[in-house]
Each structure stands twice: as structure tokens, then as C-alpha cells.
Write a protein that binds this ligand. Structure first.
Ligand code: SF4
Length: 275
């Protein structure tokens, strides 16, 4: 089964509506240092799923009408190879024949190419965590400016757009996140969160930002499931700053797996998709 019930990494803090998850690719080549999916074996080796299109078709025939399908949660549907391979594009063409509500999640501007084959009920969520620092923390992902441009183009076509300011890296991208938000004041919804740590994530940070990793050892004091969380007062300070800016711009704002209440109608922006 390639279209599966969404499992939020077994997090009790997840506020997502009931939805399905679909990843056209296995693994991801963007190599973000904060990636939460690196527990998946050989994660940085991008792989193509066996009989992807045939299985997608079979799965879509099985799920209830008007279901929410989120593509993708633990990889990116638009790795660089998608430019030539057009596998996600073929998936979208198949999805267009079904009554589903599709949420596309990506860190790539390639998504704008596929506007002509989006299912009728679609929203697009693009992650932009930072501006200058993106080169270091998301080395193989397209430049943030290209992603901002893609959000604009998609919005101009009447499709709801969501900015994922996620995760905010404490003491590193806090100010840049606010600048990203200023550049994206046209979006319909913002999802934000603070960096969560696992042993492997902290070890990647130690290699690139040793001083920061040392600070984190003292302020990541809460544990939820497999993740260490920043102490709550710092999380609230960071998240409330984003929420305040969103409210100045009239944009709804939600927090992802934070256990902190928000006013938006959904965390992931699925409330924006036609039903
Ligand atoms: S784009 Fe997402 S899945 Fe890919 S490496 Fe970055 S965080 Fe991980």
C-alpha cells in the first residue's frame, strides 16, 4: 500500500486531521541537517517505488471519496530528478481522476510546473526555513527565493498556498524566519514549529554548528516520544513572535507538534482545500 493512513511519527502532540500520506519517492536528496526522516535506512539514496503508478491507482480506488491525501510527509515529491523523470507529475494526473483533497508538501519550486495537472481540490505547502542559512542547512534544496516565487505563482492561479516556517532553528534562523514571513505576506496560512532533536540530528548539528549544539545540550530539556524539545518558555517566545507577525498580516497560523494551542482551523492548512 503506497497511500497509507498518516502516522505523525507516533507523536501524541500531532493535531493533524485524519488523512492519508503518499510519498512518490523513497528517500530524499535535499540533505537537510535537521531532517526527521533519517531513521529510514539509506534515506539519502533516492529510490523509485516498484509499480508506483499501478499501485497508486489501486490505492486511490480503495480510499473513501473526499479523503485528504498529503504528498509527501517523509520525503519530497520534487527532488531535482523529478524535473526530467516527471514521476510525481504522472501521479498527479492519476489523482486528478479521483475525488480527493490533496495537500502537496515540498521544498522545491519544481511544483509550479505541474499547475496544469493538479486535482481540482489542491493546496500547496512550501517549506522555507531561512534565507542565507538555507545553503548550509538544506544544501541540495532550491534557493529560498525560487520557493517564494513558486508560492506567488501558485497563489496567482487561485490555489491556496501555505508557508511552512518549519523548523525554526533556535538562535540561528529566528530572525531569518521573520524575514521569510515578511516576504511571504501573501500566503493563506503559516505552519511553524521549533527544531526537535534526536541523537542523530544533534550529531549533525555538532559537526556544522558545534557551539550551537553545546547550547542545545542545556536547553533541550523536555522529551516527547523519541524527540527532545526545547524548554517551553523558549518555544513559546519563538512561536508567539511568528504568530504575532502572522496576525499583523491577517494570516492564520498554527504550530506543528508543539502542544501549544493555536487559533487556526487546522494545523497543516487542509482547511483551505475545497471539500
Ligand atoms: S526535504 Fe524534508 S525529507 Fe528531504 S531531507 Fe529535507 S527535511 Fe528530510
Amino acid at each position: 500500500m503506497y497511500v497509507r493512513p498518516f502516522d505523525p511519527w507516533k507523536s501524541k502532540l500531532c493535531t493533524c486531521p485524519q488523512k492519508y500520506s503518499f510519498n512518490p519517492y523513497t528517500g530524499c536528496s535535499h540533505r537537510c541537517i535537521y531532517c526527521y526522516s533519517t531513521y529510514i535506512p539509506r534515506f539519502h539514496e533516492l529510490r523509485i517505488k516498484k509499480d508506483l503508478l499501478r499501485n497508486l491507482l489501486k490505492d486511490l480506488e480503495r480510499i473513501p471519496k473526499n479523503s485528504i491525501v498529503s504528498m509527501s510527509n517523509s520525503s519530497d515529491p520534487y527532488p531535482p530528478i523529478e524535473s526530467s523523470l516527471k514521476l510525481t507529475r504522472e501521479c498527479l494526473k492519476i489523482m486528478s481522476n479521483f475525488d480527493i483533497r490533496l495537500l502537496i508538501l515540498t521544498k522545491s519550486n519544481i511544483v509550479e510546473r505541474d499547475l496544469d495537472v493538479f486535482p481540482k481540490k489542491t493546496a500547496v505547502s512550501i517549506t522555507i526555513t531561512s534565507l542565507e542559512t538555507a545553503k548550509i542547512i538544506e544544501p541540495n534544496a532550491p534557493e529560498p527565493e525560487k520557493r517564494i516565487q513558486a508560492l506567488k505563482i501558485i497563489k496567482e492561479c487561485g490555489i491556496p498556498v501555505i508557508l511552512r516556517l518549519d523548523p525554526i532553528i533556535p538562535f540561528l534562523t529566528e530572525n531569518e524566519a521573520l524575514r521569510v514571513l515578511e516576504k511571504c505576506d501573501f500566503v493563506d496560512h503559516v505552519v511553524t514549529s521549533t527544531l526537535k532533536l534526536r541523537k542523530d540530528i544533534l550529531s549533525r548539528f555538532s559537526k556544522v554548528f558545534p557551539d550551537l549544539a553545546n547550547i542545545y545540550r542545556n536547553i533541550y530539556t523536555e522529551r516527547f516520544g523519541n524527540y527532545m524539545y526545547l524548554q517551553k518558555d523558549i518555544r513559546i517566545r519563538i512561536l508567539k513572535q511568528i504568530e504575532k507577525k502572522c496576525s499583523e498580516f491577517g494570516i492564520s497560523c498554527a504550530f506543528c507538534r508543539e502542544g501549544i494551542p493555536f487559533k487556526a482551523k487546522s494545523c497543516d492548512g487542509t482547511h483551505l482545500i475545497l471539500s
